[in-house]
Design a protein. Structure first.
Length: 249
């Protein structure tokens, strides 16, 4: 009986993993490179600071998206040229190749522009930008492990093939998540140093969760405790049945 008394709370404790959820609206003018900064980086134009989400740092956190909807456009003068969260091709300008700045890595995509982008930060401001990640269609990765300050492709949060949910592994020490877009009109459209956000239109809405995944050792402990609970309950039932038969005699 004592084993059951302590085992059940232990099972509840193991199951009680950290979980955070939120919904954000990301304007097409959201400059991902302004993430973690109180001001917009110089020369960026009429940008807006990107939306962010704060959470308690922990081990084995995973970011997932249940819904990413909406549309954005690269030029207010062409309001019919819009795309969804996975990005599109603006006026024949294929691909994105934007440099790193303000301690945030740039990003490369060989096919699309204006795709939903994100990255993680710790409680400290960004300093040295990590290496840039490169993506291409189809974006069929099931898991992605970005570093702190490393921009990564989010899109609709699902694979192109089969529409399977993607898992973004939160880097150690992260406590902030930012959403935005990468834009540039330097060495070419969506090429070079970031900027030229002022003419962007539309917005993307993302519904997401950040949850903790138990470590293998915790899963083994959970199975052991659950087995103990079942064993104690089975023994208790047998004892009750035996007591009932004795009373009947």
């Amino acid at each position: 009986m004592n084993a059951l008394k302590f085992a059940i709370p232990l099972v509840i404790l193991i199951f009680h993993n950290q979980a955070f959820a939120d919904i954000v609206s990301v304007s097409g003018t959201s400059n991902i490179f302004a993430s973690g900064s109180a001001t917009i980086p110089p020369g960026a134009g009429d940008d807006t600071v990107p939306p962010s989400f704060s959470f308690a740092p922990a081990n084995n956190l995973v970011l997932r998206f249940s819904s990413v909807t909406g549309s954005v456009g690269a030029d207010v003068n062409f309001p019919t040229q819009t795309n969804g969260p996975d990005g599109g091709i603006y006026s024949g300008n294929i691909g994105t190749n934007v440099n790193s700045t303000a301690g945030i890595s740039g990003i490369i995509h060989t096919n699309f522009n204006m795709f939903l982008t994100g990255f993680f930060l710790s409680s400290l401001p960004p300093t040295t930008a990590p290496v840039r990640l490169s993506f291409s269609q189809p974006e069929d990765f099931l898991t992605l492990s970005p570093q702190l300050g490393q921009s990564f492709f989010i899109g609709d949060g699902r694979t192109d093939t089969g529409s399977l949910p993607q898992a973004f592994l939160v880097p150690q020490g992260a406590s902030r998540l930012y959403f935005g877009f990468v834009d540039a009109a330097d060495t070419g459209i969506f090429q070079g140093n970031p900027g030229f956000y002022f003419d962007k239109i539309g917005s993307i809405t993302a519904d997401f969760t950040v949850t903790a995944v138990p470590e293998p050792s915790s899963a083994i402990l959970l199975a052991s405790v659950a087995g103990l609970v079942l064993l104690v309950r089975r023994k208790k039932r047998k004892t009750n049945k035996k007591t009932a038969r004795n009373v009947g005699l």
